[in-house]
Design a protein around this ligand. Structure first.
Ligand SMILES: *Cc1c(COP(=O)(O)O)cnc(C)c1O
Length: 392
């Protein structure tokens, strides 16, 4: 099925990683297979499986290496990202950590985009620094990366786009720079979640995704993935076995259920977010609105070139004379927006934050990030209008 390239993506996502026949028929979804021990019919089969596993092949040989439930999700996820191999991790952060800790050796150097997911800074200070792995921040542009790359650079790590100001990067140009220096380009692809952008098809070597967001889509599972091709994918997998990283088949099953509908859900999030973005752009209490699908977005051109759509995230900058307390009051007044971090579920969220703590935020006004869920956007718009009126 995965080789069936002439089928559209929506169709492939429905048919990939489906169940095997049992008792002559089959259920729609693969069963949740829970096990530690995997019983072989004889010693020869067991030894052959072990040899294949050491060769880097995915084999159902022990619970920690993933059961057929995990394998079904891996197959579908690799197809979603346009890659050969997907590996599953208990969180998005664990996926990021696996890539940084297994691909970088003492003495090497990594360029890290300065607006990446905040916990990456902690990995840098707690793990890379003490182990003699040098790192330098760059601003996401190819020019800055080219000025800072060194002969020791083995990786460029970036997020495309970040989830507050949606700072888009030129993956193709960065991959050329990285490969000219014998370095890997790693992209955190959580915003696009594989559906809207496929970094590996634009020259990146590794895509990491917090499945917790749109792939799961229901705010009820933590999940991460790493997607890579060829020997790199096999090596990342061997290191996953070394480190004992695995995910529960129950979580894999729920994530596969979420993945089935991602192509149906994301356009609804995106059209709701665009409508709300336009509404807020015209509101007198709002200074500016950031969302890549708006023509006013600074890198709208790159979004049009490299992405096939948008998602439900947008960030508003409130009018500069409104302080954080006033903005907090606005959010507290909302009835349909939950107050919480993360995003990608069916529900709308609002999160105000002090400007100096928001990565990549410049200019006046307190930022509020909205996640537009699957509610009717007219209801959300009325709720926002009421909230703004309360502080106006
Ligand atoms: C949420 C997020 C992560 C971390 O994912 P968890 O599953 O919460 O660990 C990493 N990168 C980005 C861009 C995210 O939004």
């Amino acid at each position: 099925m995965s080789a069936d390239r002439e089928l559209s993506e929506e169709t492939r996502l429905i048919h990939l990683g489906r169940s095997q026949p049992m008792e002559g028929v089959r259920p729609v979804s693969p069963p949740v297979v829970r096990t530690s021990t995997v019983l072989a019919p004889d010693i020869a089969t067991m030894r052959a499986n072990k040899a294949r596993r050491e060769d880097g092949s995915r084999v159902f040989s022990y619970g920690a290496r993933g059961t057929p439930t995990n394998h079904a999700l891996e197959e579908a996820w690799a197809a979603l990202e346009g890659g050969e191999r997907a590996l599953l991790f208990p969180t998005g952060l664990a996926a990021i950590a696996h890539v940084l800790l297994t691909c970088l050796l003492p003495g090497s150097h990594v360029l890290i985009q300065n607006t990446v997911y905040p916990q990456v800074h902690a990995i840098r200070s707690k793990f890379l620094d003490p182990r003699g792995i040098a790192s330098t921040y760059f601003d996401g542009t190819v020019e800055d990366a080219a000025a800072k790359i060194t002969p020791a650079t083995r990786m460029i790590y970036a997020e495309n786009p970040g989830s507050w100001v949606y700072d888009l990067i030129d993956v193709k140009a960065l991959s050329t720079l990285a490969h000219d220096h014998n370095a890997l380009l790693v992209i955190d692809n959580t915003w696009a979640s594989g559906l809207l952008h496929k970094p590996l098809l634009h020259g990146a070597d590794i895509s990491v995704i917090a499945g917790t967001k749109y792939v799961v889509g229901h705010s009820d599972v933590m999940m991460g993935a790493v997607v890579a091709n060829g020997e790199l994918g096999r090596e990342l997998w061997r290191m996953q076995v070394v480190m004992g990283q695995t995910v529960s088949p129950d979580d894999a099953w729920l994530t596969l259920r979420g993945l089935r509908t991602i192509a149906a859900r994301l356009p609804i999030h995106a059209s709701g977010a665009l409508r709300i973005a336009r509404f807020l752009q015209d509101h007198p209490l709002v200074e500016r609105v950031l969302h890549p699908a708006l023509e006013s977005h600074p890198r709208h051109d790159l979004w049009r070139r490299d992405f096939t759509g948008a998602n439900g995230l947008l960030t508003i900058g409130m009018r500069p004379d409104l302080d954080l307390a006033a903005v907090d009051r606005f959010v507290d007044t909302l009835r349909l927006f939950g107050i919480g971090s993360s995003w990608g579920g069916f529900e709308s969220l609002a999160l105000p934050q002090a400007p100096d703590t928001v990565r990549g935020w410049t200019g006046p006004g307190v930022p509020v990030r909205l996640h537009i869920g699957l509610e009717n956007p007219a209801d959300l718009e009325a709720d926002l209008a009421r909230g703004l009126a309360a502080i106006g």
